[in-house]
Design a protein around this ligand. Structure first.
Ligand SMILES: [Ca+2]
Ligand SMILES: [Ca+2]
Length: 181
């Protein structure tokens, strides 16, 4: 992604907010299975950010079309215990009409929520952030919600989950299926 076009932080956590949006631009800086990256911007409880990809967009191609990278990790390396901090993801073509990926689960697996899969890709390890089979992060498929294309992604922290383990930290957003390859 290239810009944060709207931001409204919530209370409770403020990691990276003083550097916003620099930590969320460019590729993810994942810390692997068992710890969370600190190169993130916490949205605060109920906070939101809208990102865009200047001159580009997302189109529905085969499989996942974009990936949202938080800093989730497996507690003690146990894949049954994701340290998840959930957010609802929405997409829009015009910034007015939004389409949401449902995010209602309160225990894993968290389905089409963002913020529950560890991030493995980092510029230093060569793991491709655009290959969701190895990158980690939370993949999204526009076809799941019947959308053909989007220019904006809006990420909103789940306000019903608060405190430790309840505030979404954004690392990056990447397009897998770009309108302009
Ligand atoms: Ca797709
Ligand atoms: Ca987190």
């Amino acid at each position: 992604m290239t810009a944060a076009v709207a931001t409204a932080f919530g209370p409770g956590q403020s990691v990276g907010q003083d550097r916003h949006p620099e930590p969320i631009l460019g590729p993810p800086r994942g810390a692997g299975c068992c710890e969370g990256s600190l190169d993130v911007v916490s949205l605060g409880n109920g906070g939101m950010v809208t990102v865009e990809f200047a001159g580009n967009g997302i189109v529905d191609g085969p499989g996942p079309d974009f990936v949202v990278f938080e800093n989730a990790f497996f507690v003690g390396g146990d894949e049954a215990l994701p340290f998840a901090e959930l957010a609802t993801v929405e997409v829009s073509e015009d910034g007015v009409d939004w389409h949401a990926f449902p995010c209602v689960a309160s225990s894993p697996p968290y389905g089409t929520c963002a913020g529950w899969r560890p991030v493995f890709s980092h510029p230093d390890n060569g793991i491709d952030p655009l290959d969701p089979s190895v990158s980690g992060g939370d993949p999204f498929d526009l076809a799941d919600i019947g959308v053909e294309s989007a220019r904006y992604v809006r990420i909103t922290d789940r306000a019903d989950q608060q405190g430790q383990g309840g505030v979404f930290d954004l690392d990056a957003v990447a397009i897998i299926s770009p309108a302009c390859p």
